[in-house]
Design a binder for this molecule. Structure first.
Ligand code: NI
Length: 197
């Protein structure tokens, strides 16, 4: 009888002790094959995480670039995507191209920016919701500057120019130009959650 009580106490104590592994981790450890599945960086992740290069003068004047911009503009506005911005790594190219919806312009047009860089960050820091076409089904709360200065080459030109952008459009530029550095909004987010449908 004493032995039984002792064993029950031990069992009770063990059940109260913190487990080293979660149930999901225990299942993975105990039910997996001896040859365990090795997690992999997907090819998509690699291109999203690689810093992008400026386009050369030859690329800037190329027919391929015109086709690419047209396809990126079509893609970001397609009903299956419905984005407010897209960066070339998202379509598989590590070139410094972003297409952004200009909510700060009449008609809110989509425009492409070549060799785009964030020249400076200003204003205040404000936290707002963001999503990304490359991270479907998720959203996050991300701190961003309310004002930025961008440096870029406009399509059809070769001269660099700078421009100050404010408000939500400034947030889109920060998100898209981050893509050109291999940075995703989830790297900067205070929290990431499943997007309400
Ligand atoms: Ni994105």
């Amino acid at each position: 009888m004493k032995k039984l009580i002792f064993l029950m106490l031990v069992a009770l104590l063990m059940s109260c002790m913190p487990r080293a592994f979660t149930p999901a981790e225990r299942e993975l450890i105990l039910t997996s094959d001896s040859l365990m599945y090795v997690t992999q960086i997907h090819a998509d992740s690699a291109v999203l995480r690689t810093p992008s290069l400026d386009l050369t003068a030859e690329e800037l004047s190329s027919q391929e670039l015109r086709v690419l911009m047209a396809k990126m503009l079509y893609t970001v506005q397609h009903p299956t995507q419905d984005g407010v911005g897209i960066a070339s790594p998202q379509v598989g190219l590590n070139k410094r191209i972003v297409c952004v919806q200009r909510f700060d312009k009449p008609g809110e047009p989509f425009e492409c920016y070549l060799n785009a860089h964030l020249e400076s960050l200003g204003g205040e820091i404000a936290v707002g919701p963001e999503g990304c076409l490359s991270i479907p089904g998720k959203r996050g709360l991300v701190p961003r500057h309310t004002k930025v200065q961008i440096r870029y080459v406009a399509p059809g030109t070769t001269q660099e120019r700078t421009e100050e952008v404010e408000g939500f459009t400034a947030v889109i530029f920060q998100h898209e130009i981050d893509h050109l550095e291999g940075i995703l909004y989830t790297d900067r987010a205070d929290s990431v959650f499943v997007a309400p449908r």
